[in-house]
Design a protein around this ligand. Structure first.
Ligand code: HGY
Ligand code: MN
Ligand code: MN
Length: 436
């Protein structure tokens, strides 16, 4: 029997207390909902409510408060948390065979500015809920189980993304720990949340560190919602290239500087933003490009802008296509600089490789969804996830649930409570199958 046949022939619940673990074993939906609602209070706009979303930037006070809330849930589950050198939270539930590698599953709780309540939060809290429900039902799996809440997944630290998982996998770039965002270096930020970056080497997740990694996440696109499909089985995650453009012109008086004599950095930034769109849409395909962040100096209504820093985010399943898009944008930037009498320096600050999900893990998720009688389909992920870093360490799989209207990274990000529960139950059953 091949490994694939073995996995697909496994009973849905092959655990040591099988008698107590009938197919009715489920996550506690009301409790999971209440936890997602409670976590949302940390980073909520003042005077706001759940529907106003969150700004829980990685390493911020709101993030620290949210992490504290997560730790209280770990305690309520009668489990112990371990903070690794990068500040990631790991929660282990031992199996019957301590010599086996664990099944690892989780997500993140940091958010983009003005983000939603489900991106990362669902997968993180569902992971802890899975451990809690198993504990409450006296179920001990053969393999150890480990829930994880990765730190600073969003691109809120100088545009760098997946900080916690990359640090855990030994994938930070040279000098990255010394980079500064919001007045703190990445090292200082990690220490702020209980990490110890001097020990990153020691605690690095190396090949074989886990049997499989699973992440439950909202789709963040509209495919599942449009079709009315409950569960997405992720085939792979797109590659991402991130560039920083620094445009230097000359700050000058808005009333006395003739139009012809200006070196307006914001004008160049506007042209570069349009050029990114033109380059990306020049050929057919699913590739996307976004200018999402601008710092304008001095940002005063009566001064011609002297300096602009902007971000360019390019995504596609093909690394080669991203490289070509980057080159074309670089050529356009040089032309725009010459035409606007500004200097444009384009630096690539990040490259995340595309990551394919493991066919064994996909089969396990598919089986769990089928046995729970949930409609399901395969689909790619256009958003980046910690799962793509974990794919460099071991087998990875992701479970998607529908995002209403395909809206995400917005306070209007919504996944129905029913879909949250369905996704969490697929996670529970997939974890059990993988840990048997
Ligand atoms: O930016 C992303 O794709 C993810 O949501 N962090
Ligand atoms: Mn996100
Ligand atoms: Mn996310």
């Amino acid at each position: 029997m091949t490994r694939r046949e073995l996995l697909t022939s496994m009973p849905l619940l092959a655990v040591s207390h099988a008698a107590r673990a009938g197919p009715q074993l489920e996550i506690r939906a009301a409790r999971l909902r209440q936890q997602i609602e409670s976590l949302s209070a940390h980073g909520r706009p003042s005077g706001g409510s759940f529907s106003d979303g969150v700004s829980r930037i990685g390493y911020s006070d709101a993030d620290i408060a949210g992490r504290k809330y997560v730790l209280s849930l770990v305690e309520a589950a009668r489990l112990k948390a371990r903070i690794d050198a990068a500040g990631n939270i790991f929660v282990r539930k031992p199996g019957t065979n301590a010599a086996l590698s664990p099944v690892l599953f989780g997500s993140h709780i940091d958010s983009v500015p003005n983000g939603g309540n489900f991106d990362g939060d669902l997968g993180s809290l569902a992971a802890i809920e899975v451990l809690r429900v198993l504990g409450e039902n006296g179920i001990v799996t053969r393999r150890p189980l480990e829930a994880v809440v990765w730190s600073c997944e969003e691109a809120t630290f100088n545009g760098n993304t997946l900080n916690g998982s990359r640090a855990a996998a030994g994938k930070l770039r040279p000098g990255e720990l010394e980079g500064v965002s919001r007045g703190l270096t990445l090292s200082e930020s990690m220490r702020r949340i209980g990490g110890d970056p001097a020990r990153l080497d020691e605690t690095q997740l190396r090949s074989g560190a886990f049997h499989a990694y699973l992440e439950l996440h909202i789709e963040q696109g509209g495919t599942l919602d449009k079709e009315g499909t409950s569960i997405g089985i992720v085939e792979g995650i797109v590659a991402l290239d991130h560039y920083d453009a620094v445009i230097t012109g000359m700050a000058n008086h808005a009333g006395t500087t003739p139009m012809a004599d200006r070196q307006d950095a914001l004008l160049a930034a506007a042209q570069l933003t349009l050029a990114v769109r033109e380059v990306v849409t020049q050929q057919p395909g699913p590739q996307v490009g976004t200018v999402g962040h601008l710092d304008v100096e001095p940002n005063a209504s009566n001064v011609v802008p002297g300096r602009v820093r902007l971000s360019i985010d390019l995504r596609d399943l093909s690394t080669e296509k991203l490289r070509r898009l980057g080159e074309a944008i670089r050529a356009r930037a040089a032309a725009i600089g010459a035409q606007t009498k500004t200097q444009i320096v384009l630096t690539q600050t990040q490259h995340a490789e595309p990551a394919l999900a493991s066919s064994e893990v996909k089969a396990v998720i598919q089986r769990a969804a089928a046995q729970l009688q949930l409609s399901h389909r395969s689909l790619p992920s256009g958003a980046v996830h910690d799962a793509q870093v974990m794919a460099t360490v071991g087998p990875m799989g992701m479970i998607f649930v529908p995002s209403v209207g395909g809206i995400s990274h917005s306070p209007q990000e919504v996944t129905s409570w029913e879909d949250c529960m369905r996704g969490a139950n697929v996670l529970l059953q997939s974890v059990l199958a993988l840990a048997a």
